[in-house]
Design a protein around this ligand. Structure first.
Ligand SMILES: [Zn+2]
Length: 353
């Protein structure tokens, strides 16, 4: 890899290069992961290390922010593979060659071939061809909406990789990343008028807010959602934060407050994010149908995908999927039960107070 590739990885905060190399900042004598979100250093102040020990031997201290000395290495080959597959899917019209892909990741043709062979037992060229074929099939089926078709082809093409990855790892690539690999999550339980609630957060914000019938069931849900994360009970020093959030939640459910602005740390596909971002714009006390939302986000045929995105919401109330109902005015489903959905809609309509 050239210095240019390294430098590009730093300016892009590219996590695919984490553990591949570390960069030291001569002026502060600290070293970081390429993905570190600290302010970018001047290029002339940067030096590169291939390992933590080498950086420390040169007198560099680990950055407090990205903590390159503390994180354990994930399967970097897998992280690279997922990065490569995402890149290919973004270029599903087929404009990307295996060699270009390799170069963009600082790999040789041989290395990228080996990467695909190891996890998927296909060449990158096979994979690119497969994506193109899927895209083409779908485009032919839905010629009236090409962009939607391409979005769908992303899903179908993933099934190619999914099948093979499940064999290899007993896990899908999305679940590997979505599963919280490398993150710490702490949780706390509480009582609300909608029942037992579990809130869980990373250091960036709330990542899980769900209702359930029992503590045990809620914890099992959390673990299922983030099988690769390090999950722990909220440490004492963070408890007031969560207590405060719980208090806001109870005010909200009492109809005393119409805002629930909690910091979120969301892991989502691009489509889920579009839907969830839109849900947050539906005013308190109002409802929309799945179809109306699909139209509003520019994918009028995707109402089923919208319903799936709502069902996949991990953060009840804050991402207000309860404000989405069926086109015929009936409630539609709710991840935490229709009874709760009815209650929340009534609370927002002030029928209960
Ligand atoms: Zn850093």
């Amino acid at each position: 890899m050239t210095d240019d590739v390294y430098w590009h990885a730093i300016t892009e905060h590219d996590a695919a290069f984490d553990f591949q190399f570390y960069y030291g900042v001569k002026s502060t004598k600290t070293f970081c992961f390429p993905s570190c979100k600290s302010k970018a250093p001047l290029r002339k102040n940067v030096t590169y290390f291939s390992g933590v020990a080498l950086a420390q031997a040169d007198g560099y201290q680990a950055c407090q922010r990205c903590q390159p000395n503390k994180k354990t290495q994930q399967d970097t080959g897998l992280v690279k593979l997922i990065y490569a597959c995402n890149k290919i899917e973004q270029h599903s019209e087929g404009s990307l060659t295996a060699l270009q892909l390799a170069k963009s990741m600082g790999l040789t043709q041989f290395q990228i071939n080996r990467l695909f062979k190891k996890y998927l037992n296909v060449t990158p060229k096979n994979y690119i061809d497969q994506i193109q074929l899927n895209t083409l099939k779908i485009n032919l089926r839905n010629t009236d909406n090409v962009s939607h078709a391409i979005y769908q082809s992303g899903i179908e093409s993933s099934s190619v990789i999914y099948g093979r990855m499940i064999t290899h790892l007993a896990m899908t690539p999305k679940n590997y990343l979505k599963g919280g690999a490398g993150i710490k999550i702490s949780y706390a339980m509480g009582e609300t008028r909608l029942g037992q609630v579990l809130m869980a957060a990373t250091d960036k914000g709330l990542s899980f807010l769900q209702f359930g019938e029992s503590k045990h069931q809620l914890l099992a849900q959390l673990v299922t959602e983030y099988p690769n994360a390090e999950i722990m009970l909220m440490p004492e020093q963070s408890a007031p934060q969560l207590e405060h959030w719980l208090h806001l939640l109870n005010l909200y459910l009492a109809g005393c407050s119409n805002e629930l602005n909690l910091p979120l740390d969301i892991r989502a596909t691009a489509f889920q994010k579009r839907v969830w971002d839109f849900l947050k714009t539906i005013p308190y006390g109002e409802v929309m149908s799945y179809g109306e939302i699909a139209k509003a986000i520019g994918s009028p045929k995707a109402f089923r995908a919208v319903a799936n995105a709502c069902a996949g919401n991990n953060i009840a109330l804050v991402i207000p999927c309860h404000r989405v109902i069926r086109g015929d005015g009936s409630l539609g489903g709710y991840r935490w039960g229709e009874k709760r959905k009815r209650m929340i809609i009534d609370i927002e309509n002030k029928l209960n107070i």
